[in-house]
Design a protein around this ligand. Structure first.
Ligand SMILES: Nc1ncnc2c1ncn2[C@@H]1O[C@H](COP(=O)(O)OP(=O)(O)OP(=O)(O)O)[C@@H](O)[C@H]1O
Ligand SMILES: [Mg+2]
Length: 227
């Protein structure tokens, strides 16, 4: 696959929350965004500017009010819910703060989830998950539950979970937000290493300029528009 292949192609995306109600919010006001396969990209902008909304809409977690979104050539808005869920599970990884690990499951059980839901056999899922935990430096924490891990370790388990099924694209919303600067950089460097190794595409939202500089491209959003 050529490096220049577009993996995300969004045109004139608009998102209006509570449309027609007094508390209507125009969160996205016509966004055009393309992302190349294998690219690492950061979305930056002030609080409330629409970053999470944009990530939710282009990843198919939420529906845009209008506009077009193609991911790997597929029209997300034309998919039925079930189809969209399966498509996301197979092709996408998520590192969201609100998309937490399951507390009653161990680290390895959490990492296995994306494999098990896409039909990978239990034995293979376990092997691949342990391998992934090794890559993020947590092979000795596989049997720990999230509450028994440090914040940075939880973040690394989340990364392992988001990458274990080799998704074509990974969406990360402030993936290093809760970490001290040193841990943030080592976690992020790890993500970039994996991007390089597997030619995965990363779309990252962060407020941290030093983290953003490590990606190939930075786009800025303000009041629902790219600037
Ligand atoms: N479910 C919702 N219903 C109504 N308005 C919403 C909803 N979610 C977000 N908004 C509004 O849409 C705008 C964009 O919010 P969004 O969460 O995308 O901002 P953000 O750039 O991610 O901010 P932050 O940096 O604080 O995370 C904000 O004005 C917010 O109040
Ligand atoms: Mg946000």
């Amino acid at each position: 696959m050529s490096k220049k292949e577009k993996i995300v192609d969004a045109k004139n995306l608009k998102k209006i929350y509570n449309q027609g109600h007094p508390n209507e919010v125009q969160a996205l006001k016509g966004i055009d965004l393309t992302v190349d396969k294998g690219e690492t990209m950061t979305i930056m902008g002030p609080s409330g500017s629409g970053k999470t909304t944009l990530l939710n809409c282009i990843s198919g977690i939420d529906e845009a009010t209008s506009g077009e979104i193609f991911v790997a050539g597929k029209d997300l808005q034309k998919m039925k819910d079930g189809e969209k869920t399966r498509y996301r599970a197979k092709n996408m990884g998520f590192i969201f703060q609100t998309f937490n690990l399951i507390p009653v499951l161990t680290a390895v059980e959490n990492v296995e989830m994306p494999l098990l839901v896409t039909g990978v056999k239990a034995k293979e899922a376990r092997e691949r998950s342990l391998e992934m935990l090794k890559i993020v430096g947590l092979e000795d924490r596989a049997e720990h539950k999230p509450s028994e891990l440090s914040g940075g370790q939880v973040q690394r388990v989340t990364i392992a979970r988001s990458l274990v099924h080799r998704p074509a694209i990974v969406w990360a919303d402030e993936p290093t937000g809760n970490l001290d600067s040193k841990t943030a950089h080592s976690v992020f460097d790890l993500m970039l290493e994996l991007n390089d190794k597997y030619n995965e595409t990363f779309v990252v939202v962060t407020h941290d300029e030093e983290i953003a500089k490590k990606t190939q491209r930075i786009v800025n959003i303000d009041s629902g528009k790219l600037v």
